[in-house]
Design a protein around this ligand. Structure first.
Ligand code: FES
Length: 107
């Protein structure tokens, strides 16, 4: 199970072993990580799972779908070049060690 590190809005980091096939929103909400809501349950319809992916590893991820790009227009916190929706990123072995920073607010 790959390790994924979340940086909460407070600056606290939480590293979790997540099952392959989960998504990064699931992994955070199931483990009580602060700074992520996932209100739509992962159907790419709320943007409350906004996160900033380690920019150096952004290219390792599948690119965002049109739907994800549209929802990223609605983030509560500043959208950046490395903004993604955590529910749209599937955990794979290749993501071992990925660091994901959560924004100041999701609503
Ligand atoms: Fe709603 Fe990701 S959980 S868009």
């Amino acid at each position: 199970m790959p390790n994924i590190t979340y940086i909460e809005p407070s600056g606290q980091s939480v590293t979790l072993d997540l099952p392959v096939g989960w998504n990064l929103m699931q992994g955070a909400t199931a483990n009580g990580v602060d700074g992520i809501l996932g209100e739509c349950g992962g159907s790419c319809a709320c943007a409350t799972c906004h996160c900033y992916v380690d920019a150096a590893r952004l290219g390792e991820l599948p690119p965002p779908s049109e739907g994800e790009l549209a929802m990223l227009e609605n983030t509560a916190s500043e959208r950046k070049d490395n903004s993604r929706l955590a529910c749209q990123i599937k955990v794979t072995e290749a993501l071992e060690g990925l660091v994901v920073t959560l924004p100041p607010t999701q609503e």
